[in-house]
Design a protein. Structure first.
Length: 233
């Protein structure tokens, strides 16, 4: 095409010479494009009018005592700040995220929106296709502006300070048990200023009396109160 364009401009170089100069100038190298991200729609962070309309989702990372790294997938309901899931794995791919979301939806029902950041698992085509199939709107915050996912950031900070930084785990199962124990207390007993100093589940039960939603149940085989005593002080 370049050769023909030059011929149209009355240049008489043959195609071999054109190609040689073209390659010497490095013009034959493939241009690197930035990966195109989904559109970011700036929305004010306000409390939804009802439960199960908007969820927030994010990852955290930590390590066991032996140095093995693990990640935590955290999901909350923006309406009452209720923790819907804290899932710990050494690897959390977009397929694993989809599986966790499907299980959560089967139990709780599907939200209209899920707010996420620009992590590779969240911008993956697999998750976007899944969201389209589920008719769920993925709300991507702007890059470098975590405050746009403020409910999630506040939750992560509490989980970090009271669980991940407070204990030294030797096994992933230990960390998962502690995470579930802390989550139950966070949902059922911990007062939140934004909820009128009520716990998320208490607030939900008062506001959604006609349409009760399932909540994370306590494992009666474990003394969670003693297990997470330091988290409630």
């Amino acid at each position: 095409m370049m050769h023909h364009h030059l011929r149209n401009l009355n240049w008489t170089w043959n195609h071999k010479r054109v190609y040689r100069i073209y390659t010497e100038m490095g013009l034959n190298l493939r241009r690197k494009y930035k990966k195109r991200l989904p559109a970011r729609v700036i929305e004010p962070l306000i409390q939804p009018p009802a439960a199960n309309l908007t969820w927030s989702m994010d990852f955290m990372q930590d390590g066991l005592a032996n140095g093995v790294q693990f990640r935590s997938l955290n999901i909350i309901d923006d309406y009452n700040r209720e923790a819907l899931a804290i899932t710990l794995y050494t690897s959390l791919t977009s397929k694993r995220v989809i599986r966790e979301l499907d299980q959560l939806i089967a139990w709780r029902g599907a939200p209209e929106k899920i707010r996420v950041d620009n992590g590779p698992e969240f911008i993956a085509q697999a998750l976007r296709d899944w969201a389209d199939w589920r008719n769920i709107d993925l709300k991507f915050i702007e890059k470098g502006k975590p405050y746009q996912n403020g409910y999630m950031e506040r939750f992560n900070r509490s989980f970090r300070e009271e669980v991940l930084d407070a204990y030294c785990f030797t096994r992933l199962k230990e960390a998962q048990v502690m995470a579930h124990a802390w989550m139950w207390i966070y949902n059922n007993e911990r007062p939140h200023q934004s909820l009128g100093y009520k716990a998320p589940v208490v607030f939900l039960q008062e506001q959604e009396q006609n349409q009760p939603l399932p909540t994370f149940m306590k494992d009666q085989s474990i003394d969670w109160k003693s297990l997470v005593l330091s988290a409630t002080n």
